[in-house]
Every structure is written in C-alpha cells, then in structure tokens.
Design a protein around this ligand. Structure first.
Ligand code: FES
Ligand SMILES: [Fe+2]
Length: 431
C-alpha cells in the first residue's frame, strides 16, 4: 500500500509537482510521426503532463509545439490559422512562429516594440523513431535524446501507434510490470486448447507464483520473474522498467521487440505509445496489418482517432457467453484486457486500500523508484543519472530457461543486452 501523500507524489505530474519535475528532466514521447500535421495544415491539440499544447508544421516543414492558449488573452491557438511560417490567433490576429516568437501584432501601432517582446510558450520538439518528442523542462538544460534501440533503425523496421487510456499513467504501467497476471487475465477457460505455438503460454500456466528478483540498472531496474517449469529448471523473464515511464517485455521468440511508453496526458488519463520493431529486417506486411488492426501489441481504436474501441463506457464489449466457455475475461484483445483491469480501478486508484503480495514486487519497486526520484528532483533539484546518460536506454528485455540453481543476474544470456553498456563499449560496436 501507499500513503495518500506518496500516492499524490506518484500520480500528479502537472507543472511544479515533484513527478512533473522529474518527467520534465527528460524528452517526452508525445505522438506518432504520422499524427503530426503536414506543412501549413491545421494544428492539432496535444495534452501532455497536464498541459494543453498545439502542434503544427510551418511552411518550411519545421514543427512548432506551443502552449495552446494565446499569450494575449488566452484564446485557443487550436482555432488559429496556420499561415505562412506561423500560426495566427483568430481573436486579434497575433501571429507566432515555431519558436513562439510573435512575428505580427496588427492590433498595435506600427513601430510598437511590443511584438518583438512577446513570445508564446514554445517547447523544443524533434522527430525520432516515428515519434514526436517534446522537451517540457528548463530551456537552459535540454537533455540528450534517450538512446533507445529503435530510434537508430530505418523507418521500415519500426511501427509506432498511440492510444488513450482513461486512468493515471502509473496505474496503467503497473499492469505491464506485473507478470503474475498473465496466467489469468489473458488466459483461456479450457487451457488444453491454449495456443502453445510460442511455448511460453505453457510456462505461464506451469507456475502461477513466480519468483522475483529486482536488479537496479542505470536507468531503472530489471524485473526478473522466474517460473518453475521442470524439476530443475526455471523460465526467467527479464522485464525492463526505465524512468520515468517506459517498459519493455520480452517478445515471443519469433516476434518483434517492443517498447511501451505510459505518458501522462492529465493526472487521470494517459497516452500509451507502443513501438514494435525488428532490429534485423524490415517489418512484414502481415504483422503490420495485424498491428494496424490493434492485434496483441497494439490497441484497436475507432478509425482516425486515438480512442480505443473497447472502453469502460461500453464495458469493453464484454461477451459473457465467451467468458463462460472460452476466454477468462470475455473481452477481445490482450491490450483491451489490460486496460479493463487498470481503468476499472478508477482514474487514480486508492493505494492505501491495497493488499500487496509477493507477486507485486515489481510494482512496489517501480513506485518506490519513481517516488524517490521525484522527491530528489522536485525537492533537491537532483536529476536521475539517465537524464544525462542516454545509453541507459540502450537495453533489451530478455527471456530464457535456466538451471534452477543459476541466478538470473549471473546469466550472460539474460544480462548481456539487458544492462546498459558503457558509452565507450557502445561506440566500439558501432564501428
Ligand atoms: S487572444 Fe490571441 S490575439 Fe488576442
Ligand atoms: Fe497484460
């Protein structure tokens, strides 16, 4: 359980809050590249870390991310006109370029210095790995971009999607770190029918109370969970948690790798961005088609929106007959099942009422690390090491079967790519 005070620290990420300051020490993944408007097209709204922003591309293709409210008298720039190299507020015609500089102020007399002195709040933005990244922290301390594996791959190897989740980011992320639910929430009623194509389904059922081992890393921790699958063997999964809101789970052997980002929209809602990628080859048409349809790694959404098809307000289209006979939940789609359990706890769960067990080790570790980092950053101004050391993010989630007496932290197979290597070692490999 968490005290109400710590729950506040964990869940509030608006400007000036400790968690808000921690998150603003990093670049924030905001939307997919495909969602960024084309040059001179209409701006789009973006709600991020409790702030209202607009995103547009000027005539030269430069991306502008501005506070939504006009610095004159707060009309929304979403309704503005994206004119030649700037966005013009339709209330009194003030115009701002992508840096936020006011470039035209037709309501003031010619020669007035006011235009040159007026700025809309603007945020640095850049595209990488099919994602628009926004920096919302101190403009004098722009950090390096995180060195995630997929950011260095050709566009043909990467697919990114984004959808909304109607609960606090930490609550949504807890579901991903909690490996114990997999043998239940995503299972079938008649387990003899289960899909064993990928072997690991069998492992999840063989032992529903995994052993946990939390190994701290430069950027977060490894949540290792080991299931006894034979008399003298354990199946270990090494999930990644990376500050402030990233998770990686190991892919099934033939599948693409993935990174999920649980980004606060407000305190009661979050964006989920998911990057799936193949380091070794371009993505295939079949897997792309499945992902676009919201299969497995991604979420089914109402076409043209980020709104999921299965939601709390339609009870996730639950099929009670299916729940009786076939699936444990009666809800279609792994991601919809995950969202259902997270969202149904309320927008911000009351963590003082929980009864945490041994299967919640990774959830507890994640909360602890985030709260400690937020307090250090918010109160003492000390940023986590990974904010200035991008190689902390150059890691993978892994899985394997090990002899019972081998600690996962001692396994090269699991650890070689799970722990960040020094920047020097990374450069060696790149040569
Ligand atoms: S409110 Fe935007 S120009 Fe007046
Ligand atoms: Fe899940």
């Amino acid at each position: 359980m968490l005290t109400p005070e710590n729950n506040e620290i964990l869940t509030r990420s608006g400007p000036g809050t400790p968690m808000g300051q921690l998150m603003r020490a990093y670049w924030t993944p905001a939307m997919t590249e495909a969602e960024v408007p084309a040059a001179d097209e209409a701006p789009v709204r973006l709600q991020l870390l409790g702030e209202a922003l607009v995103v547009f591309r000027d005539t030269q293709g430069r991306i502008g991310v501005l506070e939504e409210h006009c610095p004159h008298r707060s009309a929304s720039l979403f309704f503005g006109r994206n004119e030649h190299d700037g966005i013009r507020c339709v209330y009194h015609g003030w115009k701002f370029d992508v840096t936020g500089q006011c470039v035209d102020m037709p309501t003031e007399p010619a020669g007035s210095p006011m235009c040159a002195k007026t700025r809309a709040r603007a945020f640095p933005a850049r595209l990488a790995g099919g994602v628009l990244w926004v920096y919302m922290g101190d403009p004098a301390q722009v950090p390096p971009m995180p060195d995630f594996e997929w950011l260095g791959l050709p566009a043909s190897h990467v697919y990114v999607s984004r959808w909304e989740q109607d609960c606090n980011y930490a609550q949504a992320m807890e579901g991903e770190l909690d490996s114990a639910h997999v043998g239940f929430l995503h299972s079938l009623v008649d387990q003899t029918d289960a899909d064993d194509r990928k072997l690991t389904g069998r492992f999840f059922r063989a032992d529903t109370a995994p052993l946990w081992k939390i190994i701290p890393t430069l950027g977060g921790f490894l949540a290792c969970n080991g299931r006894k699958v034979e008399a003298d063997k354990r199946y270990w999964r090494v999930n990644q948690f990376l500050l402030p809101f990233y998770t990686m789970i190991p892919p099934h052997p033939a599948d693409a790798r993935l990174v999920r980002m649980w980004v606060p929209m407000s305190d009661e809602r979050c964006w989920v961005l998911c990057a799936t990628f193949r380091p070794d080859r371009p993505l295939g048409e079949k897997e792309l088609a499945a992902w676009r349809n919201g299969d497995n790694s991604h979420r089914r959404v109402v076409p043209g929106t980020t709104r999921p098809t299965e939601r709390l307000d339609n009870n996730y289209l639950i099929d009670r007959e299916d729940q009786k006979k076939r699936s444990f939940t009666g809800i279609a789609g792994v991601r919809a099942q995950d969202a259902m359990v997270s969202e149904s706890a309320g927008p911000i769960a009351d963590r003082s009422r929980e009864h945490l067990g041994s299967s919640d080790r990774a959830v507890v570790a994640m909360r602890r690390m985030l709260i400690d980092a937020a307090v250090s950053c918010g109160r003492d101004g000390v940023k986590p090491a990974s904010a200035s050391q991008p190689h902390a993010f150059a890691v993978r989630a892994n899985q394997t079967v090990l002899p019972e007496d081998l600690d996962p932290g001692q396994s090269d197979e699991l650890m070689a790519t799970a722990k960040p290597r020094s920047p020097e070692a990374s450069m060696e490999t790149a040569k």
